[in-house]
Design a protein around this ligand. Sequence first.
Ligand code: NAD
Length: 478
Amino acid sequence: MTKITIAKGDGIGPEIMDATLAVLKAAGANLEFEEIQVGEKVYLSGNTSGIPKEAWDAIKTNKIFLKAPITTPQGGGYKSLNVTMRKTLGLFANVRPCVSYHPFVNTKHPVMDMVIIRENEEDLYAGIEHQQTEDVVQCLKLTSVSGSERIIRYAFEFARAHNRKKVTCFSKDNILKQTDGLFRRIFNEVAKEYPDLENEHWIIDIGSAKIANKPEQFDVVVMQNLYGDIVSDIAAEISGSVGLGGSSNIGESVAMFEAIHGSAPDIAGKNIANPSGLLNAAVMMLYHVGEPKTAAMIHNAWLKTLEEGLHTADIYSENLSKKRLGTKEFAEAVIANLGKLPNKLKAKDESQLSSVEVPIVRFKASKKKELLGVDVFVDAQVKPNEIGEKLIQASGNTQLKLEMITNRGVKVFPDGFEETFCTNHWRCRFKEANGKIITMSEVIELLNALHTANIDIIKTENLYQFDGVKAFSLGQGQ
Ligand code: NAD
């Protein structure tokens, strides 16, 4: 008997969880359930993390977690508990299969069977945001060698284990040369170790357009966190409904299974939500815990139910559906089909691999790190030339010289364009005049001089080279 943690979540969460548990129990899954409280009720009780300590303890002890969606307050307020859980528990790989069920569920894309593997811990989802001038807010995009390598290796291992043919990488490395550039370089390196699998890269914008238009061209697709979040919702929706997709979040010791969609407050409490996303997540969980027989039985009964035209409202259509069922009644229909196989849709079998090994990170970080300068960020309501001249004067007696100033990334000093719109947020790049290696003392000396001249320093970013390769972006127009 495997003891798993469950959370019924918010919105439609309790309804779809009850439906899923009813199917799991009827199928004789060898599971024991420990329920925890997380989400809205916990936030509103005054616990700003949305999760009490006992809940963390249960998740860490049981190691397998089936979670219904949780409502995240938008804009301000509480941090997303979903993101916190994925990161705190080291659930680095978010696996999201997006499959169409033609001709039983309406879809623009009859041939669609792709798996999106989304990096789950890094990128803008570090959630490190600041406001340091009146006009501008910022967010740090963090990408690591180790995090990128692990998710990319996982994507290749997943593809191999599931007899897939191709792994595609999406990035925006033409613009984000450091962060996305790193992700793509690692993809190219790792791909060499899997000559049995095809590999390709698309820039995220055209890649996403291709998924929307010709998803049949894709097999396993790996991408960073924010891109994966967006693209996987699109892929799930165009397959038929976002309500169909299940996903797993895989870590070294803990794994969490959930629907792709959110808590759908607009339809909560009406017994109309489609429980399929969470049910499919539960099927992934059963494979993961080594119950492939039960996993296949539930999935095949679910396929059979779709084939019979017994559909929830989100996928109901006059021409394809026979009956519009509520959440509970849909689960009962699946239960009635346990033991049956679909006639046309591809049945799952017991031989599907239980889980993919978490890959070991092998790439070594670069050895020699040298400081070349500093970007000093300044808040000032001035013209570019004024700030440029003030900085040159203020830094006159220091070792570091002003090389350029950018505003929102574009060079505005020296030789800026009058047409360029400027905010009050300036990046001012200082280096040793002859490009020599410097020390932190020289940076501190510069900062002291600027501070003494009443310059409003809001933050600094050091400019390094690693093994002789410069590790910072140029200004646009530099
Ligand atoms: P959503 O996925 O909850 O809903 C989007 C649309 O899809 C809605 O019209 C909804 O009715 C429909 N829909 C979603 N799931 C459905 C289902 N099972 N059956 C039928 N229709 C379904 O997205 P949203 O409205 O942007 O987000 C609502 C809340 O969920 C937000 O607080 C968000 O932060 C949260 N959220 C949580 C998770 C998670 O827990 N993993 C994921 C995404 C969003």
